[in-house]
Design a binder for this molecule. Structure first.
Ligand code: CO8
Ligand code: FAD
Length: 647
């Protein structure tokens, strides 16, 4: 089920731009009379809080929506995600409350802890975030310095930030918004280290919101984007919490200080897998938003002539513009399709783990890492491309493309920096190669690595392209293994050999991700298309075809190295691609309309359904406070004296 289906199935979601009376987006007080660009840093935050309260109150009313009430019902999460675009150009200060705080309790808490804390969190009686990253460490979790020392005499944990670099740094909402958080800290009992564990910690007095004694809080300052997320810092000064505040679904600490290990120390990292899975769908939404804005604008904007004798044409008629933008439509569908598929893999593995079967966790971790990386990398690049494709007006905040870029590019870093996560997937691929070489069975998504059949004749078909990407990935993984083996035989340590091969490992990991995405996009659309009308099925297949040919042309070097593709094939692929652009062009606007994003959600002068771009640009310009008066006071204060030689 793709993004379009999900949206159309929304109980309160209407078809394109026919706002119904009395639905959440009809509440105009949710929106800003003064564009937030003209507010101060502090006003922006205060305004975001105002809107947050309204937004959640209305979400509860319209969808009897208990925050995180059905965490696994990502359709609702999808609706929340989209509607929040309408209210907040940047993410809201409570993004982490439902994005990580609630999932962390659900994934790491015992049934009793879930019963108590999830109820309070879902009802917004308490507000939380997820505090793992520190000033000195983000990637290397085992290097995090915040400690939790168990005191059996009082049955308490003593949380402490021993150094400046141990201050928690970045968690969303931590600065001034939340009063609780899940803190990841190194557990010590009688001097013995028991790894990273999750602790549910109250930070602020529930009545006064004052930081509790031994808790230092603040916000980390202005950022490239997400200006209303209130990312903050947190330090503990020997802060005591009761034993039952360690989330003990996986590992436990008994009253006497006995440590009971969980089935895997990595289960404490489970929230990160969940968020990486969610991020893929979030990227599909951001891509749909940017593509809708840029394609609609490209249908309205007329500039220059294709033939001197003809009037100025729609810029969407330039094939270069189609090359820039049609892949964006296909990319959004590819990632919403893969997100749905990955979500099913995730919920399947979670179900198996509930019954103690951990076998598929490594594959899920590798998949979540690779799809999070490729979706954030591609979408941030393509959102920037949408901005550039809109010329100067794309550079306006009122286009909503700069904000959308900020939201996308942030995801390349948070929830695991992209290079680091690709190396995680590479770790899984190298292990799979070594396992497969010993004749052991591989996981479904990695089994193709052991295809030892001769390289077949290249075919310019979807099957041929997908098979080609698998050959590239398997070839790259094999090259990495050979290089590492060669270095180790020459006396290099495995770790140094790994590091010296890491550029290739990252490339192999990306190639694997592309192979998985192409195959999944194609198979999921084929499955769904069977139930669709022939015209819609044809258009969706054109988008899958465009997506596969686009990436084959983007990765020609790899295909030339690892497959039998020849010059003639490449020429033909290029022609196929240009033919597809021509076929899809007439449906371009209809396709972005089918994303079904109402004007309030697009929040864009360029992307509104009515196409009144110039009027909207002017309306927004006149909202600038500078336009309230014809002569600004600085003329009299500075310019005039300066120009008359008096300054
Ligand atoms: C809506 C929400 C918006 C989100 C806002 C942003 C929120 C955040 O950013 S929260 C903070 C996110 N931070 C991160 O993601 C940190 C990224 N770093 C990591 O995940 C780890 O440090 C990592 C994986 C890079 C390395 O960790 P490390 O302990 O050194 O593991 P490593 O030695 O590489 O691997 C050990 C084993 O653990 C496994 N493993 C590592 N992470 C995981 C995981 N999450 N789940 C399962 N297994 C894992 C590895 O696959 C490996 O298995 P094996 O030994 O069988 O190969
Ligand atoms: C907008 C935003 C919101 C965030 N929200 C939260 C939150 O709510 N809660 C939370 O806990 N954290 C949050 N984070 C923190 C985020 O998870 C970290 O920034 C991220 O994990 C990267 O860690 P770092 O910033 O310390 O970079 P580092 O780990 O210092 O990495 C810096 C660079 O070093 C290189 N590098 C590091 N390690 C390796 C390696 N092993 N191999 C190769 N290269 C490497 C990479 O190029 C990397 O970009 C947020 C970050 C951002 C930007």
């Amino acid at each position: 089920m793709g993004l379009v289906d999900q949206l159309v199935n929304q109980p309160h979601y209407t078809l394109v731009n026919q706002p119904r009376e009395n639905d959440i987006l009809s509440h105009k007080e949710l929106f800003d009379s003064i564009p937030e660009e003209y507010l101060s840093h502090k006003e922006k935050y205060e305004n975001a809080i105002r809107k947050t309260v309204l937004y959640y109150r209305l979400m509860q009313k319209y969808q009897n929506y208990k925050e995180g009430s059905t965490i696994l019902d990502e359709t609702r999460a999808n609706y929340r995600n989209l509607v929040s675009f309408a209210v907040f150009k940047d993410y809201p200060p409570l993004m982490l409350h439902n994005g990580m705080f609630i999932p962390a309790i659900a994934g790491q808490g015992t049934p009793e802890q879930q019963k108590h804390w999830l109820k309070r969190a879902k009802n917004m009686e308490i507000l939380g975030t997820y505090a793992q990253t520190e000033l000195g460490h983000g990637t290397f979790i085992r290097g995090l310095e915040t400690t939790a020392e168990y005191d059996p005499s009082t049955e308490e944990f003593v949380l402490h930030s021993p150094t400046l670099t141990s201050y928690k740094w970045w968690p969303g909402g931590l600065g001034h918004t939340v009063n609780y958080c899940v803190v990841m800290a190194q557990l010590y009992i009688r001097g013995r280290h028991h790894g990273m564990q999750p602790f549910l910690v109250q930070l602020r007095d529930e009545a006064t919101h004052m930081p509790l004694p031994g808790v230092k809080l603040g916000e980390i300052g202005a950022k490239l984007g997400l200006s209303t997320v209130n990312n903050g810092f947190l330090a503990f000064e020997h802060h005591r919490i009761p034993r039952d505040r360690m989330l003990m679904k996986n590992a436990q600490v008994l009253k006497d200080g006995t440590f009971v290990a969980g089935p895997s120390s990595k289960l404490a990292y489970g929230t990160m897998i969940y968020v990486r899975v969610i991020i893929v769908n979030g990227m599909a939404n951001l891509m749909a938003k940017a593509a809708t804005i840029a394609v609609r604008y490209s249908a309205v904007r007329r500039q220059s002539q294709i033939k001197p004798s003809e009037p100025e044409c729609q810029i969407l008629d330039y094939v270069t513009q189609q090359h820039k933008l049609l892949i964006c439509i296909a990319t959004s569908l590819a990632f919403s399709t893969c997100a749905r598929w990955l979500w099913d893999v995730y919920t399947g593995v979670m179900g198996q783990m509930e019954s103690g079967n951990m076998d598929h966790l490594p594959e899920l971790h590798a998949l979540a890492c690779s799809l999070k990386v490729v979706s954030t990398m591609d979408v941030s690049g393509l959102v920037e491309r949408c901005r550039l494709a809109c010329g100067g007006h794309g550079f306006m905040h009122s286009s909503n493309l700069p904000y959308t870029y900020g939201l996308a590019t942030a995801a390349c870093t948070y929830e695991g920096e992209n290079t680091v996560l690709l190396l995680q997937t590479a770790r899984s691929l190298v292990k799979a190669w070594q396992k497969g070489s010993k004749g052991k069975p591989l996981s479904p998504t990695e089994a193709y690595l052991m295809d030892k059949s001769p390289v077949p004749k290249w075919e310019n078909t979807l099957d041929g392209i997908i098979a080609g990407f698998r050959r590239v990935s398997a070839g790259k993984v094999q090259d990495c293994v050979s290089k590492i083996d060669k270095l180790v035989k020459m006396g290099t340590s495995y770790e140094d050999a790994w590091n010296q091969t890491s550029v290739r490992l990252v490339a192999a990991s990306e190639a694997h991700s592309r192979a998985v995405i192409l195959a999944t996009f194609r198979s999921e659309v084929s499955r769904a298309a069977a139930a669709l009308s022939p015209p819609l099925s044809r258009v969706l297949h054109q988008l899958v075809h465009l997506y596969c040919v686009y990436w084959a042309l983007e990765r020609l070097g790899d295909l030339l190295l690892y497959t039998s593709i020849a010059e003639r094939d490449v020429q033909e692929l290029q022609q196929q691609y240009e033919d597809l652009l021509q076929k899809i062009r007439p449906n371009a606007v209809g396709l972005v309309d089918a994303f079904d994003l109402r004007d309030e959600i697009l929040n864009s002068t360029l992307g509104a359904y009515d196409g009144r771009v110039y009027e909207r640009l002017m309306e927004e310009a006149l909202k600038s406070p500078l336009n309230a008066e014809p002569v600004n006071q600085s003329f009299h204060q500075y310019l005039k004296p300066f120009m008359h030689g008096k300054l």
